[in-house]
Design a protein around this ligand. Structure first.
Ligand code: FAD
Length: 418
């Protein structure tokens, strides 16, 4: 992969864009609208799909470069930063790692033109326990037919490329494992494949410009050339697809850290300008210590995220190390919620008003310990690595896991969780 520009050049581009995005952020939030204007500027700047290799039209940037860009943009506009994550990680990481030449070419073209792909895993009855998903992909001549529903799908109703996780069944209904199915729609033109419907949108607390949608599949046909076959086949499909998802975890953790870094900057400025008791707030030691703790949290998060972004999976696959990604996302997201809360506190009543960005940042940052693997699940993953044991979550425990996998082989815990 050829690196076409330095990390510092990327940072400068991102800062320039962030300065333009900051004054618009409140309006996307207030009107609950997707920031198409920002997307057009991200396309022009080469940030949509910046990590796509140059042979597919991207910039060949590293995950670390993308993380640097995401932090700068998140300081100004959480919504835009989240789009940059999914336009470089998420579904795209899996397609660029495991896809056929044709799949890579099509995914790259969509993202480079401004699409934010959707990754469709969660279902009403399968959240953290993602492998309890009920969506099925039944083998038929020439492909598969999907039936089921997904909820909380980021970008549902605006995304063009969808990577749908489903239980794969052969012609006789025997289960093969979990696979990824690529479906392309064009919602802007009202063109949805037959059997693919957006059933509704959540009314969310934060990140209000981003649709979180329920998707329904009824006899949705997916041809063989749109099946994303994981390297070890469907039997280990979930684990392989989730390995690619570690890129997304680093990206999402970085959005949270970037929002916290932005809140820290706002708080630092405010402490110097607001006066009470005849002195600037900056002179009160209690607030100075709060600021120092906020700074330490942001700094530690950044170091963990950068370490994860530069790491490689234990098996050499082009994704971050699973434990580093889980540790960094859990720590950065919990820390970011605390930091933004403290920044809001420093602003007093003004922080609670929508005249200041803190109120929006506080709502925006809250989702990051939930979406993309909760903090609890990620910590369970870290503990499992430290202890060197899979930590069963089912009532039946270890034996139940092996039985559920249908074999003697003990399934790795990563084979089962979001
Ligand atoms: C804004 C947002 C965007 C999202 N985007 C997407 C998307 O694009 N695609 C997608 O597929 N999904 C998406 N999700 C769904 C997300 O991945 C799930 O919400 C998440 O995996 C948790 O599932 P759940 O909400 O059903 O919670 P549950 O799994 O029901 O968990 C409820 C609580 O119990 C805890 N818990 C559960 N099991 C354990 C355990 N074994 N040990 C300890 N604690 C446990 C959880 O941490 C949580 O606090 C999104 C969610 C949000 C909020």
């Amino acid at each position: 992969m050829k690196q076409v520009q330095s990390t510092e050049a990327w940072r400068a581009i991102a800062r320039e864009l962030a300065a333009r995005f900051a004054p618009r952020a409140a309006e996307w939030d207030r009107t609950r609208s997707y920031c198409w204007q920002n997307v057009a500027e991200l396309v022009d700047a080469g940030i949509m799909g910046m990590t796509i290799p140059t042979e597919y039209g991207g910039k060949g940037a590293s995950l670390y470069d993308a993380v640097v860009v995401i932090e700068e943009i998140a300081k100004a506009c959480t919504l835009s930063a989240r789009i940059v994550v999914e336009a470089n990680m998420g579904a795209l990481s899996a397609v660029m790692a495991y896809g056929s030449e044709e799949q890579k070419r099509r995914a790259a073209a969509l993202v480079l033109a401004g699409d934010k792909p959707a990754i469709c895993i969660s279902e009403p009855e399968a959240g953290s326990a993602a492998t309890e998903m009920r969506t099925t992909a039944r083998r038929v001549p020439g492909g598969y037919v999907l039936d089921g529903r997904k909820h909380w799908i980021t970008g549902g109703g605006i995304s063009r490329l969808h990577l749908i996780f489903a239980r794969v069944e052969d012609e006789r209904g025997r289960e093969q494992g979990i696979g990824g199915f690529l479906v392309i729609s064009d919602p802007a033109r009202g063109e949805m494949p037959a059997g693919f419907r957006v059933a509704g949108r959540e009314r969310t607390m934060g990140l209000c410009g981003m649709p979180e949608a329920e998707l329904v599949f009824e006899n949705l046909a997916v041809a063989d050339d749109m099946v994303l076959v994981p390297p070890r086949g469907f039997a280990h499909g979930f684990a392989d697809l989730m390995a690619a998802y570690n890129c997304q975890r680093v990206g999402a953790g970085t959005v949270a850290m970037g929002v916290a870094a932005g809140a820290l900057e706002h708080a630092t400025r405010y402490l110097k300008t607001r006066h009470q008791f005849g002195r600037p707030l900056a002179e009160f030691q209690g607030l100075q210590w709060m600021l120092a703790d906020m700074d330490a949290g942001v700094h530690a998060s950044r170091l963990m995220l950068h370490e994860a972004a530069r790491s490689r999976a234990a098996n050499g696959a082009p994704f971050p190390d699973m434990m580093m990604a889980a540790r960094a996302k859990a720590f950065a997201t919990e820390t970011a919620i605390r930091v933004v809360n403290d920044a809001l506190q420093i602003f007093g009543a003004r922080g609670y008003s929508d005249r200041e960005p803190l109120e929006r940042m506080y709502r925006d940052v809250r989702m990051f310990t939930i979406g993309g693997g909760t903090a609890q699940i990620l910590k369970t993953q870290v503990a499992g690595c430290l202890l060197g044991i899979p930590t069963p979550q089912t009532r039946e425990g270890q034996a139940g896991l092996a039985a559920a996998a249908g074999g003697d082989e003990e399934p790795a815990e990563a084979d089962r969780r979001m």
